[in-house]
Design a protein around this ligand. Structure first.
Ligand code: CMC
Length: 427
């Protein structure tokens, strides 16, 4: 219920339009602009900078304070004390699981890890040098052709099974992308392993040798999954909601999310950070790149810096930096030249007035690439790992959308094209 009102006057309209104002649990109030359509008006907000497109109880971000909460729990506490599968349960169900609930959830997920054998045929249709995100868009979309027993989006049980399948199968598909690209046989999931361990096993084991998962690297992998699990209404999540709003198949909606994530302004940034650090190559070249980033006539941006919502620091980046130090020390590569460039770049950017004035801080992707590289994951797989991690966020939002009354998403526009005109008469 709205207990406040906003009043709007518009030149040419001789009435004051009253708009309801709603308050959330925390965060800014929102003005309900829906009555404007009846007055022949739309709002204009390219990039959805000031527009709330839904209500949601999953994730809250305070960008000024650097706060990220999942179902109320701060991300730092979840990263430190919880683990990815527990966070998946939390995002999906709203509350932390009891011990028994978590055991059942873990068991269920581990029993959905295999993909239909025929799906492996899909991979063979791709060139070996295809970008793994191109393959992921294809094979995740293709899941919609396989699982016909859970497609009633209005049935909560069906939606739940879809979520289980997606959480369980994404690591299998992601690892298959990698194995395909290097010409090695696909490794089957090992259900007695933990979620992150199993992923590393499917990535790096071969049928010829025993493979032991390093627990520190498995923990770091799990933390990367956890830190990327959800981030409220970002471009890819909004895409999944919008695709879902038409009643589309859930696997196809997730494939749409993967496509939206791919770009360097969003999930593709982790790959772009590493490419940028490699291009910089030496600390001596940093000033040249900083100058390019500041040049208004140059499109170059410092990858891994800035965020639409965080105008202080990205709380995920803080945890990621700590994890990065742990991993590099475990692997004995604290003197990694790319890490040195990254640290120097961060120092310079945090002092430079251009970045300070625009509140451009390192984001989650600034350090995740360095960790993934140290673990041995190729750069082209970075965004795939982001997609794997974010799948729980996407499916939780998709489930939330379908759990309450909803309508198809349909933005309006400010039309700036030609006025109505007649097609020229035939000569
Ligand atoms: N390097 C240099 N200048 C920048 C950068 C950057 N990384 N980011 C923003 N700016 C400048 C921009 O040129 C503009 O300057 P001015 O006011 O003089 O025109 C000002 O800062 C505001 O930028 P904006 O484009 O209006 O900001 P936005 O909120 O639309 O974009 C962003 C946010 C994340 C797309 C952008 O900061 C960016 O491109 N960063 C690099 C890519 C990146 O690291 N993306 C990962 C985001 S975190 C992972 C995720 O959640 O997807």
């Amino acid at each position: 219920m709205a207990d406040k009102k906003a009043r709007l006057t518009v030149d040419g309209l001789d009435e004051v339009i009253e708009l309801p104002v709603y308050s959330g649990t925390i965060g800014p109030d929102v003005i309900d602009v829906r009555p404007l359509t009846g007055k022949g008006l739309f709002t204009y907000d390219p990039g959805f900078v000031s527009t709330a497109a839904c209500d949601s109880s999953i994730t809250y971000i305070d960008g000024d304070k650097g706060v990220l909460l999942h179902r109320g729990y701060p991300i730092e506490q979840l990263a430190e004390n919880s683990h990815y599968l527990e966070v998946c349960y939390l995002l999906l169900n709203g509350e932390l699981p009891t011990k028994a609930e978590l055991e059942k959830f873990t068991y269920t997920i581990s029993n959905h890890t295999m993909v239909h054998e025929q799906l492996s045929q899909f991979f063979k249709g791709f060139r070996r040098d295809a970008h793994p995100m191109a393959i992921m868009c294809g094979v995740v979309g293709a899941l919609s052709a396989f699982y016909h027993d859970s497609l009633d989006i209005n049935n909560a049980d069906h939606r739940e099974v879809c979520a289980y399948r997606l959480i369980a199968k994404m690591p299998t598909l992601a690892a298959m992308c990698y194995k395909y690209s290097i010409g090695q046989p696909f490794m089957h999931p090992r259900n007695k392993l933990g979620y992150a361990e199993n992923f590393l096993q499917m990535m790096f084991a071969t049928p010829c040798d025993d493979y032991e998962v390093n627990p520190i690297l498995a923990r770091a992998m799990d933390r990367i999954f956890t830190l990327h699990a959800d981030h409220e209404q970002n471009a890819s999540t909004s895409t999944v909601r919008l695709a879902g709003s038409s009643g589309a198949n859930p696997f196809a909606c997730i494939a749409a999310g993967i496509a939206a994530l791919w770009g360097p302004a969003h999930g593709g940034a982790n790959e772009a950070v590493l490419s940028m650090l490699e291009e910089i190559g030496d600390e001596a070249n940093i000033p040249e790149f900083i100058a390019k980033a500041k040049d208004p006539d140059d499109n170059f941006r410092l990858m891994g810096f800035g965020h639409r919502v965080y105008r202080n620091f990205d709380p995920r980046a803080k945890v990621m930096k700590k994890t990065c130090d742990e991993v590099l020390s475990e692997l004995g590569i604290e003197n990694d030249p790319l890490l040195k460039i990254a640290k120097r770049l961060e120092e310079i950017a945090l002092e430079d007035p251009y970045f300070v004035e625009r509140k451009l801080y390192p984001n989650v992707d600034f350090y995740s690439g360095i960790i993934l590289k140290a673990i041995g994951i190729p750069t082209s797989m970075f965004t795939v790992i982001f997609a794997l991690s974010r799948t729980i966020g996407w499916i939780s939002h998709w489930n939330e959308f379908h759990s309450s009354p909803n309508r198809i998403g349909r933005p309006r526009q400010l039309y700036t094209g030609a006025e109505m005109r007649d097609y020229p008469a035939k000569k």
